[in-house]
Design a protein around this ligand. Structure first.
Ligand code: ADP
Ligand code: MG
Length: 274
């Protein structure tokens, strides 16, 4: 279907271990879906699988975007097709400035047939746009000269992710939110940025552990992920219920899924957990 990111019966394994056990989700442009769920339920795994991380093996199911089979594409091709992922833990790239990184990304996204070494978007045009977007995000212009995520604070990393989002203007954005350590200011940066960019041309999948982000970004739909499955779907009231009651009622309601959990190693210290 057009104007839609659709995920059908998606099964994903990491190092031979099944993590996602049949995810179904339809995200239309112009809507915001939130995925919530306890740590280790597979939220980041879903984000990585949609983007095409090579360590996350799709063993069954389909992912389509605007009628294109995403699973056939490399990550950079998915990006050129209009998909964007804001990382839960953005990687530092010392030696590459934020500005240079963005100029290359923007050039490649807006000119999908561009080959490496070919002309970039004009410096004047790029600078002007970058300045405007940074201003809207309340970022110091000098920030663009720093190396990407190198020594950035948590809030600065989030700003940099949202700056990418605003420069690239994807059709579908997956925002894998840092659950802990995001202070109120950083939350506001993310949510104001998303709200400013939100429109009929963009669909957003917000992944978050806490309800409070959803006080700022109003989701049209809320899904609860538990042990690699979406076990509940509803509107924003579902998020309020989680805020009030936590996740215990989910564990009690779906004990048959939890059994799988006890057989599986949980790596709480892994950087992709949480
Ligand atoms: P969430 O984002 O909901 O906290 P994750 O998708 O990060 O959950 O993790 C789901 C499960 O998959 C956890 O048990 C985690 O240990 C496992 N997992 C995810 N990525 C990896 C990886 N790269 N290596 C090993 N285990 C992983
Ligand atoms: Mg996660």
């Amino acid at each position: 279907m057009d104007n839609e990111l659709s995920i059908e019966n998606l099964h994903v394994s990491v190092q031979g271990q099944p993590i996602l056990n049949g995810i179904n989700l339809n995200l239309k442009q112009g809507t915001v879906h939130a995925i919530m769920g306890p740590n280790g339920s597979g939220k980041s795994t879903l984000a990585y699988a949609i983007m095409g991380h090579p360590g996350y093996e799709v063993t069954q199911g389909k992912v389509w975007m605007d009628g294109t089979d995403l699973l056939e594409l490399e990550p950079h091709e998915r990006s050129r097709a209009g998909l964007f992922l804001a990382f839960q833990y953005p990687t530092a790239i010392p030696g590459v400035t934020l500005a240079n990184f963005l100029r290359h990304s923007v050039s490649n996204i807006r000119n999908p047939v561009r080959k490496e070494g070919e002309e970039l978007i004009s410096m004047r045009e790029f600078r002007k746009e970058l300045r405007e977007e940074m201003k809207a995000l309340d970022m110091d212009p000098g920030f663009a000269r720093r190396y990407l995520n190198d020594g950035f604070s948590g809030g600065e990393k989030k700003r940099a992710e949202i700056l990418q989002l605003s420069m690239l203007r994807p059709r579908f954005a997956v925002l894998d939110e840092t659950d802990s350590g995001l202070d109120i200011d950083a939350l506001r940066i993310v949510s104001d940025g998303v709200n400013r960019l939100m429109g009929p041309e963009m669909g957003v999948l917000v992944i978050t552990h806490y309800q409070r982000l959803l006080d700022h970004i109003k989701p049209d739909f809320v899904h609860i992920m538990f042990e690699g499955r979406i076990v509940e779907s509803g509107n924003s009231e579902l998020a309020l219920k989680l805020e009030e009651k936590g996740y215990d009622w989910i564990r009690e309601k779906y004990p048959e899924f939890e059994k799988n959990a006890s057989q599986k190693p949980v790596e709480q210290s892994s950087p992709v957990t949480g």
